[in-house]
Design a protein around this ligand. Structure first.
Ligand code: HEC
Length: 220
């Protein structure tokens, strides 16, 4: 094995391979030459300028790539999903920016300190349909409420109808129903469902009481 390798490294004569010996082509101008060659500085400057322009074209105009594909993102979670961010992802942001998080907490655990019931695994949140939840978010809530067998009393939930669009309500209610980090997994809520309930309850000016909501169907 070692011997065979040594042999293959030995120079092979031109006659044996049938190739033309290097010495016979030395006079042909296109043959590679060994030696020092001084490249013009302009050449390197040109390469640098072209590299910069190519980078700038990709960076600012995305070259010929689609913006969604090429745009550099800070990390892979920032890359939008096909068709834009999902309802759950948008809803998670609204949950924080609209202020639900202040009362119901990041983990959806609720907060006994301000009589705020939990949303994670809540039987209200996971109901078959979202009709009562949509009313609660649009109009606010007040009065004793039993959530997953535990009675909560004395808290007041703000009305979000005036501040959130149908789309935003649909997203935030979808989020609380489907938050994977809370283990919730109920059906999606659409802006049409919110629009229908907003129209139906337009004349309502006071917060809903849980007793009132329990008399209404969960799906409609
Ligand atoms: C000021 C504190 C506060 C804020 C802000 C708030 N809630 Fe509530 N939430 C409450 C209280 C208190 C109740 C219980 C209401 C009752 O007794 O009728 C409640 C009840 C609920 C319920 C039904 C009960 C349960 O625990 O499942 C849901 C669903 C809910 N809130 C979702 C939201 C969403 C979504 C937002 C943001 C858009 C929000 N809440 C913002 C305090 C708040």
């Amino acid at each position: 094995m070692k011997k065979a390798r040594k042999q293959s490294l030995r120079p092979v004569s031109a006659a044996a391979t049938g190739h033309v010996a290097a010495s016979s082509v030395a006079s042909v101008s296109c043959a590679p030459r060994v030696g020092n060659y001084t490249a013009s500085a302009t050449f390197f400057v040109l390469i640098a300028v072209l590299a910069y322009l190519a980078h700038a074209e990709l960076g600012y105009n995305h070259g010929l790539f689609s913006e969604g594909v090429y745009e550099p993102y800070a990390d892979f979670r920032a890359i939008p999903k096909a068709g834009g961010p999902s309802r759950v992802d948008s809803g998670r942001e609204i949950y924080a920016s609209a202020g639900c998080v202040a009362c119901h907490q990041p983990g959806g655990t609720g907060n006994p300190a301000n009589n705020c019931p939990p949303l994670a695994k809540s039987d209200w949140v996971l109901a078959e349909g979202p009709s009562r939840l949509i009313r609660l978010v649009l109009g606010g809530g007040q009065g004793p409420i039993t959530v997953s067998g535990k009675l909560w009393n004395g808290g007041v939930m703000t009305a979000f109808g005036p501040n959130l669009t149908d789309d935003q309500v649909a997203n935030v209610v979808t989020y609380i129903r489907q938050a994977p980090e809370w283990g919730n997994d109920a059906s999606e809520v659409t802006p049409d469902m919110v629009k229908a309930i907003r129209e139906k309850t337009a004349s309502r000016t006071t917060a809903w009481t849980p007793d009132e909501l329990l008399k209404l169907p969960v799906t409609e």
